[in-house]
Design a protein around this ligand. Sequence first.
Ligand code: UT7
Length: 320
Amino acid sequence: MSRRAVIVGTGAALPPRRITNAELAERVDTSHEWIVERTGIEARHIAGDGETTATLATEAARKALDAAGIPASTIGLIVLATATPDQTFPASATRVQTALGINDCIAFDVQAVCTGFLYALSIADNMIKGGMADRALVIGSETFSRILDWEDRATCVLFGDGAGAIVLEARETEDEGILATRLHADGRHNDLLYVDGGVSTTGTVGKLRMRGKEVFRHAVVNLAAVLNEVLEAAGHRPEEVDWVVPHQANKRILDATAKKLGLDPSRVVVTVDQHANTSAASVPLALDVAVRDGRIGKGNLVVLEAMGGGFTWGAAVVRF
Ligand code: UT7
């Protein structure tokens, strides 16, 4: 028996405004057919006035707490993964904390772009194992619509807004909860996916820029490598995995990664068709969908993985 962080609740939030490919085709030179064929995306949700990274995160966190049956007041740690915070500071995690009525807990943001949730999960897992907290909220929340260049058809069709959250609880257990996490970064690839603004450079927020083909190539290689690495660390083989919950960037990346590992594609949770790429929110959003529709349940061995700007990439093995 050892002290582990166990996922006891999940939640998600999507802005009500849903934009289809056909609607985008009225704004830029694209088509529903091109977007579906190259990415698998059919629609995305976009935040409206008053909807922010923190408000979406709060809604997802509330649902995760409800699902766990845990009062917010017992949360000792909030880690919020985002590249699109409400303000440069304070951390959006502290806004979520206040909205949930928690007056004293550890609360901070983590920025690893699309891998942010995996980074946040790994940090929270280690803080729980180290005794810093008994219950934690780990949240991925983004409003990428605010940093998209809506004139650039190569990027604006790919992203959406949303949030996902989980509640972690410390338990003495044999084979339950987060079994292993692995994280990586390689800053040599900063210029393949970045935002062309920033506080200490241009003093502007900037817009997202991406060389999609190069990112795609690195994604498949890095994700397959980190999946093998994390499964080995957890002492499991790919064929033992019940569900893979990947970062949702492109259906073709999900298929190629599953093929490289010899994983059954029907065991891969896919939400990119309805959510598009929601960066740090995509893994917890997809996890919540698969938990709520009953696919992921007690005893399942689940692998989470993501890759994004930096590059950063990472994976986790979780027993439900
Ligand atoms: O979350 C972080 C990780 N991010 C990713 O994983 C994204 C990885 N990359 C991708 O998903 C893909 O590379 C994209 C979906 C971004 C692009 O797909 P692709 O098959 O690599 O297309 P491409 O960039 O090579 O573009 C092919 C053609 C180009 O035209 P030409 O030069 O062949 O005439 C583009 O200009 O498609 C054109 N194109 C479009 N056409 C219609 C690019 N965007 C669009 C568009 N609609 N929206």
